[in-house]
Design a protein around this ligand. Structure first.
Ligand code: GLN
Length: 247
């Protein structure tokens, strides 16, 4: 186990200038600050269009949200220049976190009518754009990230036209307490397969759920626990996000 004082969280931000529609920079900043406050090192490098990624050089790969147009651009590039590296990274246990549009690209495909945007195939799911109303609003889900029965709440905001269907063996990130989640009717939200996590919660995910930022930092660095911080503001932000969702 690494020692917190000497560890460095190495983050790779995938397409930070294209896939950043809802506070995705804020999510990275949240990781940075919470590392800094504990004297954990923090490095972030960007991988944009045409740039390869080194599977062993990062502990956490972050893919944020995007409009269909930007998703299209990034999807083709992801598949061509980064897919193998991301499979290798996930295979050795590096965290891969996809939010909203980024979440959709973790699966096999995002279908929009006759068009199909390819995905990374890191998890068994597909997303189909619905002609119906977008799934928008405050959302709260219940998660058990460590599989020990300890249920915690993630609260945030969702806004998506895509409906995401998990394959039969795939597990969701959590169960919807309030809001729409993957399809608006399945009661499931996001996906979790080992170190690969996808969620529709953005707006902004980590500042509203500081405990989850810490869970990611600890998991990425292989630490059992992190030093406690003065989380008065963070707890208030979490409580407010829950209140907005009605939980
Ligand atoms: N374009 C996707 C959808 O509408 C994702 C949007 C987003 O990232 N907010 O389903």
């Amino acid at each position: 186990m690494a020692e917190a004082g000497r560890a460095t969280l190495r983050v790779c931000a995938l397409y930070p200038d294209l896939m950043n529609i809802y506070a995705d920079r804020g999510n990275l900043l949240m990781l940075e600050r919470r590392c800094e406050w504990r004297s954990i090192g923090f490095e972030v490098s960007a991988a944009g269009l045409g740039e390869g990624v080194e599977p062993d050089a990062h502990d956490l790969f972050y893919l944020g949200g995007g409009q269909d147009r930007d998703q299209r651009l990034c999807a083709l590039d992801l598949v061509e220049t980064k897919r193998d590296a991301l499979h290798a990274a996930a295979g050795r246990g590096a965290l891969v976190l996809g939010v909203c549009g980024g979440y959709q690209l973790l699966g096999h495909r995002y279908a929009l009518g006759d068009e199909e945007i390819p995905g990374l195939g890191l998890v068994d799911l597909e997303t189909i754009r619905s002609d119906g109303a977008r799934l928008i609003g405050n959302v709260a889900i219940e998660v058990d990230l460590d599989g020990d029965g300890r249920r915690r709440v993630l609260a945030g905001f969702e806004n998506h036209a895509g409906h995401t269907h998990l394959g039969p063996a795939e597990r969701p990130l959590g169960r919807v307490l309030k809001g729409h989640g993957n399809t608006g009717s399945s009661g499931l939200e996001g996906v979790r397969r080992g170190s690969v996590i996808g969620t529709y919660l953005h707006g902004p995910l980590l500042p509203k759920n500081a405990w989850f930022a810490d869970w990611l930092i600890a998991a990425a660095l292989g630490l059992d626990a992190l030093d406690a911080l003065d989380d008065r503001f963070e707890d208030a932000a979490h409580a407010e996000a829950r209140r907005a969702a009605g939980v």
